[in-house]
Design a protein around this ligand. Structure first.
Ligand SMILES: Cc1cc2nc3c(=O)[nH]c(=O)nc-3n(C[C@H](O)[C@H](O)[C@H](O)COP(=O)(O)OP(=O)(O)OC[C@H]3O[C@@H](n4cnc5c(N)ncnc54)[C@H](O)[C@@H]3O)c2cc1C
Length: 481
């Protein structure tokens, strides 16, 4: 019997699109099913009255990953990537404003002498952590026990296995504002910085050392161009189709039950939240009992006038630890740290002349196990609070609000178990290791997406799609041998 070259990809976010493109580049006939009317999943776009907003991801790192996908298909990158020299403006409760550039000299020129030393040391430590772990935990195949043992012997101690992130930073001499600054990068993996293991310090290197870029046309342009590429390569994309069940017969998924009928395929990649995939299979998973990663509240505001903010901004709360203690209790912080993204600072066409498009995000706890903890009205109320916070901090009162749109854990729960953005929480060294891409006892289903190896965020979700496709391709080669 020949090896089938057909595959079904469930979910059309970054991971599903990446998996579909990789398989199509290896001559698989691919069908992709997506429940929503548009692709992108957590990455979406909102347009109204001349404003354009990316409503999900806005920080774009490791741009080489998407370039590699277009390279594999023999295409040039179909959009410009504008490198951002000014990575982020930080606003501290003390009134201090610190602009962090990719050019370290410009960043450090704003620091006091003792802080410069700490900044250098912390950055060097992050670089070491990233470089010693990236090949095993980001760019490779899901690590085998042998890979983990090799990493453990080679670099295990360097990963500070017994330390938390705050302990590592304190050991490097970071305190006060510099500590708050370095702690925040753990949230990029959905972790509470105060419970995060030291290894998550590697994340800041990805932004501070390797840099950020802005895709011309917005982050959603990555989705539309990946979709165009997938269609060009022959991927059949069906939107508005919800997968209702994955019917197992023995160790094989025989039928994929959907709202538009039953489908069968030899190879299936599910890029849905891993817990949702288990539920569709009718299987239990211990992951359900584990603590979920952070969720978030996002307010999209159109403001009149020109603010002093930049493209990426962080306005810190006065008590970062209390903020995460509230989240740990399942509450929203009353004085949250705000991430403010204003893409019209880089691309003026994202807002009408004389206006700015503000994406404002605060961390939030995932929904409780009933998923009823917040109502949509609560989410609206919290958005009012985000605006009050902006005003209290002197960031927004000059501006006239033109439009308001809210996204909270409830809406995120359409894509993610309990609205948690990054799967289970990475609150120990072992838990930073994302779940593997195969489920024991299920032979023709491979997992992809931000809740499995190598993790969440645009580049990692893309890599998980690549890795899932490669597992299928490799398996087919083994069978043919
Ligand atoms: C508010 C917010 C801000 C973020 N900020 C950043 C950032 O700045 N930088 C960054 O790199 N990352 C960021 N992220 C994380 C990043 O967006 C995600 O990690 C990434 O988009 C995940 O992609 P994915 O393909 O794994 O999952 P998803 O995007 O969740 O895709 C899964 C897809 O499956 C579909 N689906 C689910 N169930 C079914 C079903 N039963 N049948 C059919 N289809 C189904 C969903 O509709 C969805 O399209 C952010 C996320 C959010 C929500």
């Amino acid at each position: 019997m020949g090896i089938s070259k057909t595959a079904l990809v469930l979910g059309g976010g970054f991971a599903g699109l990446s998996a579909a493109v990789h398989l199509a580049c290896h001559d698989y006939e691919v069908t992709l099913l997506e429940q929503a009317q548009t692709l992108g999943g957590k990455a979406a776009e909102f347009r109204r009255d001349g404003f354009r907003f990316d409503t999900g991801p806005s920080v774009f790192t490791l741009q080489g990953v998407i370039k590699d996908i277009f390279d594999l298909a023999g295409r040039d990158l179909p959009f410009e990537l504008e490198p951002l020299d000014l990575l982020c403006r930080y606003l501290f409760p003390s009134g201090r404003v610190w602009d962090v550039f990719q050019d370290r000299r410009k960043t450090m020129a704003q620091l006091m002498a003792n802080e410069v030393k700490v900044y250098r040391k912390a950055l060097l430590e992050a670089k070491k952590l990233y470089e010693s772990s990236a090949s095993t935990f980001i760019f490779g195949k899901p690590p085998s026990l042998a890979d983990l043992a090799t990493y453990g012997l080679r670099s295990g101690l360097q990963a500070h296995p017994l330390k938390t992130l705050p302990q590592l930073l304190e050991g490097l001499g970071a305190d006060g504002e510099l500590k708050q600054f370095f702690l925040r990068f753990a949230t990029y993996f959905g972790a509470d910085p105060y419970q995060a293991p030291a290894i998550l310090h590697n994340i800041c290197w990805v932004e501070l050392g390797l840099g950020l870029a802005y895709p011309k046309g917005g982050i959603y342009r990555l989705v539309t161009e990946l979709e165009r590429l997938a269609r060009d390569l022959g991927v059949q994309i069906q939107t508005g189709v919800t997968v209702k069940a994955l019917e197992l017969e023995g160790d094989t998924v025989k039928q994929v039950k959907t709202t538009s009928g039953d489908v069968a395929a030899d190879n299936i990649i599910s890029s849905l939240d891993i817990i949702r995939t288990h539920k569709l299979l009718g299987l239990k998973t211990d992951l359900q009992k584990q603590e979920p990663s952070l969720s978030g509240f996002v307010g999209l505001f159109g403001y009149k006038g020109e603010s002093e903010l930049k493209h990426h901004n962080i306005s810190f709360s006065s008590d970062y630890e209390a903020e995460f203690a509230a989240i740990k209790r399942g509450e929203v912080a009353t004085d949250p740290t705000l991430y403010i993204n204003i893409s019209s600072k880089t691309d003026a066409s994202d807002a009408p002349p004389g206006y700015e498009n503000w994406f404002v995000m605060a961390n939030a706890p995932a929904l409780d196990s009933t998923e009823n903890q917040w109502s949509l009205e609560d989410e609206d109320r919290y958005a009012e609070q985000l605006m009050v916070t902006l005003e209290k901090r002197g960031l927004a009162q000059k501006h006239e609000l033109e439009l308001k749109q809210i996204i909270g854990p409830n809406k995120l729960a359409r894509f993610a178990h309990r609205g948690s953005i990054y799967g289970t929480a990475s609150h120990s060294l072992l838990k930073t290791l994302r779940p593997p891409q195969q489920i024991k006892g299920v032979s023709n289903l491979t997992l992809a997406g931000g809740t499995v190896f190598p993790g969440g965020g645009i580049p990692l979700a893309l890599l998980s799609g690549k890795s899932a496709a490669e597992l299928i391709i490799e398996h087919a080669k083994q069978v043919l041998k």
